[in-house]
Design a protein around this ligand. Structure first.
Ligand SMILES: [Zn+2]
Ligand SMILES: [Zn+2]
Length: 150
């Protein structure tokens, strides 16, 4: 991470009308293998980055959906009502932090994940290989390292 300059990254939904402008470097980049993230992303695992909420500006039309995570905390997702992409979500267990799916940045140079959680749900063909990754299978351990990423 480079705190000496302020970068701004913009995530967009597939149709482009919903945007999340994220200022500065993310405080956490993680991969989650939980079944809820698999369903949300439509992929075998999900990758998301988090910023303090005052560094994320969401603009455009969005709908909201809530679920109660395994942790018992409420998770609130903002997604595009036109194309369906989830662009930002918050979990009450980690107040003040917003998660943005990394794929929405469409940036292969995005910082690599440092946490890989819910690995007991990981597909057998998946390995998270980037340097300095903390691996976790126990959801409660995942939660104390930060929020569960659901
Ligand atoms: Zn859209
Ligand atoms: Zn998850």
């Amino acid at each position: 991470m480079d705190d000496t300059r302020t970068s701004t990254r913009v995530a967009t939904c597939r149709c482009g009308q919903l945007k999340a402008e994220c200022v500065g470097e993310p405080v956490r980049v993680s991969v989650c293998h939980c079944l809820a993230c698999q369903r949300r992303s439509g992929s075998a695992f999900a990758t998301q980055a988090r910023w303090p909420e005052d560094q994320v500006t969401v603009s455009g039309e969005f709908a909201v959906w809530e679920r109660i995570a395994d942790s018992g905390h409420r998770a609130t997702y903002r997604f595009c009502p036109k194309c369906g992409s989830t662009l930002a979500y918050v979990i009450e267990g980690w107040p003040g932090v917003v998660a943005v799916p990394v794929g929405a940045f469409a940036d292969p140079e995005f910082p690599s994940p440092r946490f890989s959680v819910y690995e007991h749900r990981k597909h057998g063909w998946v390995d998270i290989l980037s340097d300095d990754v903390k691996h976790s299978s126990d959801p409660s351990i995942a939660f104390t390292q930060g929020p569960s990423t659901r």
